[in-house]
Design a protein. Sequence first.
Length: 662
Amino acid sequence: MPQGIVILDEEDRYILWNRRYAEIYCRSADLLQPGAKLGDTLRIGVSRGDYPEAIGQEEEWLARRIEMLRQSDCRHEQRLSNGRCILIEERKTESGGTIGIRVDITDIRRREEAFRLLFEQNPLAMLVYDAATGLIRSANEAACRLFRYSADEMAGLDAECLFSRADRDSAMALLASDCPEGDSCWPLRRRDGTNVEAMVSTRLSHMEDEPVTIVSIVDVTERRRIEQRMAHMAHMARHDELTGLANRPHCREYLSAVLEEASSANTVTLALVDLDHFKAVNDTYGHHFGDMLLTDAARRMRELIPPGALLCRIGGDEFAIIFRRASQTQAELVAKSIITALSEPFFIHGNMLHIGATIGFSVAPYDSSDPQTLMRYADLALYAAKAERRGTCRSFELRMDEAAQAKSRLEKDLRKAVQDGDLEVHYQPLVNLETGQIECCEALLRWHHAERGHVSPEVFIPLAEELGLIDQVGRFVLNSACREAMSWPQHVRLSVNVSPLQFRNGNLLSTVINALSSSGLVAERLELEITEAVLMERGPRPAAIIRNLRAFGIGISLDDFGTGYSSLSYLLNYPFTKIKIDKSFILNLQREANSRAVIRAVIGLGRSLGVTVVAEGIEREMEREYLRSEGCTQGQGFLFGKPGPAAMVDFQSLLPRACNAA
């Protein structure tokens, strides 16, 4: 960029600066270091004599400069020892830091200072105007160049020719007045019809005993362009480039201001709008389509926003609306209109695209008057709406925050439990239904919390996946279980559950091989249990990993068969060694004829494909007998033993005890 740019943190320490900034302050370039404080570099610069303005008043000058830096918006000029004049504009960021812009306006200032030179040699455009005739008597060379007339043409020129029709009356009044400090910016007309912006100053004088006006004209066209460019940069710092809406920092700043101004009787409603299915558009059509869709969605929403409300884009496909002095009912009506508008198809480059929107609300002062808290509450309401049903709007409720706080505490406890090794591996036997012999044990992860007690795996396993801990937890289970299995009878296999995320992360194969090699367990004694979610992953990776595992001799078991799609193509396309019938069918064995039909079909299918069939959830002897008579190979359930530490598994007398207990 042609301007010098510097970014400071909240302590006024340097973070970033561009090359132009270093060029402007070349005498202090050795002091520009990340983390250096601006005040320190200024103090050293003053001692070196880099800032002639500070000579004789060093401390006062530094104090004024630091005070300017503390202001939210600051613009001033600075003189350097090399004679350059720098225009400085500084703006505070949301985090308390500063973005500074430096523009070298030396040439502009020199042109302005040339006003004091003699008329003819003055680089400043100057005219002698005769108010009595309305004509220009003479013009200096600078004025001739500015207006693109010759000196002869300028002499005797009607002054009205230099102004547009709309400005002529005011301009003539200015030329007849004494205004040495200069009037506002005027658009002046050149000979060729083009315009130039200029500051016009006048001084009444006499020439040859006749009253005239000395007119000085300062061309500020370039200065105006610089100011406009700086204003544009300041605008862009607060607005989203794609949609033109207020951005996240502007949204937070505006929300804080509105909440400060609002009385206890006035409500402020914050709505967070999340576009549904937008990611699918990006993935399918590309980001160019996504950008056009966002622009069109912003336009539709802008048309529905009432006066006094602010629409912001605060994230990729997330928007916020701040309603001032509007009831929650009014805000909900707008939200429902937005949901309806965004559910209508979008037409982009001949393609019809469908998305939608889900909205969450929070209201001040009822929910909170703190801007950060209000934003978090609206986000919780949005999250709850998306979890319940997309395409709806929902208001914040206190229980949402309570649930979020409870989840946050549970997340911290789970991280600590994983770090401290407080998770335990329990084992549940899989029994041959014909002989009663234990043929396999499934490793099951358990967490006993010091205060909560037993935490269900259905709670903490999804949480571990969400927190990115599942790889670490999976390695712990595999390593612990493989070491434990080395103490079992040789015919007893080990079964370990594997998360779909472990497949997605791509390092499952190496994790399994490392666990086998470090424990000494042979691959043929290990089975990995997967669910349909693994098979529904896109791409060739899951299939390749499964085939590689089978190539090592590791068994692959399809868990919970019958509850999902249960596609037969899974059994044909993947080398499964075991199918596990979900326990829901076993529990309904007596009551549901359909359950018995499904069980019989799966057992027959397994027999035809040559894979072992396991029935889960066996709790009664009657169920074991039925499954055995149907040809089911293995059974698992409380009849044979509950999950427990490895020491509780009795490989010799488990089945008789279980039968007697039943």
